[in-house]
Design a protein around this ligand. Structure first.
Ligand SMILES: Nc1nc2c(ncn2[C@@H]2O[C@H](COP(=O)(O)OP(=O)(O)OP(=O)(O)O)[C@@H](O)[C@H]2O)c(=O)[nH]1
Length: 221
């Protein structure tokens, strides 16, 4: 089931707190990138398996419920609009970054300036630290079907992603559903991993606290 919600509604807050309730995995995923790179195409492909060609300039948060590997998932996907009048340094709001459990940054392999936008957006995210440090970022080079117009090599995309500690995929939302599915499954897996890690760290911290409480007491007795 897919539900479309306007970004200003209550879904915009971290109502679902990105956690896991009764085995159900819930996560907020933010799609960023320059205009015309295929953010809506990726979102619609994932939600409906279809490529419809034209998407219009709509900014929306979609809620998608599904089952992956026998486990229920509930994803909120924020398909953002790149603000035309803004400087790139203001292209992501704090609200979006606080909301997100993971970010997918999209560029078009035929548009070098869209790759530059992704590079600037990664730097902005890292610098402002509004996104949780453990939240995964995946960089996606879209429009792989347009090889004859390629302006960014796969290697350049991959190397940048590696240097920025981000995941990387090259796909064609127009040609196949499979690549798009891989991107969303990967980000979900990374979100689950980072939560498990956080829980582990919290557990260890708890043990350290208990141990030091016991030894602290003994020392003062
Ligand atoms: N050839 C090709 N065209 C694509 C692909 N993905 C999207 N497009 C086309 O690129 C154009 C822009 O796609 P959108 O999904 O609207 O891009 P967007 O990033 O959401 O654009 P904004 O709404 O302006 O932010 C549309 O004409 C799509 O049909 C792709 O993989 N291959």
């Amino acid at each position: 089931m897919v539900v479309q919600v306007k970004p200003n509604s209550h879904h915009c807050s971290k109502a679902m707190d990105g956690s896991q309730h009764g085995g159900k995995v819930e996560a907020n995923i933010l799609l960023l990138g320059a205009e015309n790179v295929g953010k809506s195409a990726l979102t619609v492909r994932f939600l409906t398996r279809r490529f419809i060609g034209e998407y219009g300039d709509i900014e929306s948060i979609y809620n998608h419920n599904d089952k992956i590997d026998g486990r229920e998932i509930s994803l909120n996907i924020w398909d953002s609009l790149y603000p035309q009048s803004c400087e790139t340094t203001e292209s992501i709001s704090d609200k979006q970054l606080h909301w997100a459990d993971g970010v997918i940054l999209v560029y078009s392999i035929c548009d070098r300036s869209s790759f530059d936008v992704v590079r600037q957006q990664v730097q902005l995210i890292r610098r402002t630290r509004k996104l949780s440090a453990s939240a995964p970022i995946i960089i996606v080079g879209n429009k792989r079907d347009l090889q004859h117009q390629r302006a960014v090599s796969s290697e350049e995309g991959r190397l940048f992603a590696l240097s920025a500690d981000c995941g990387f995929f090259e796909i064609s939302a127009a040609e196949t559903y499979h690549g798009v599915l891989l991107v969303f499954h990967e980000i979900l897996d990374l979100i689950k991993e980072s939560r498990a890690l956080k829980k582990g760290v919290a557990g260890i911290k708890g043990i350290v606290r208990s141990v030091s409480a016991v030894f602290g007491k003994k020392r003062s007795e």
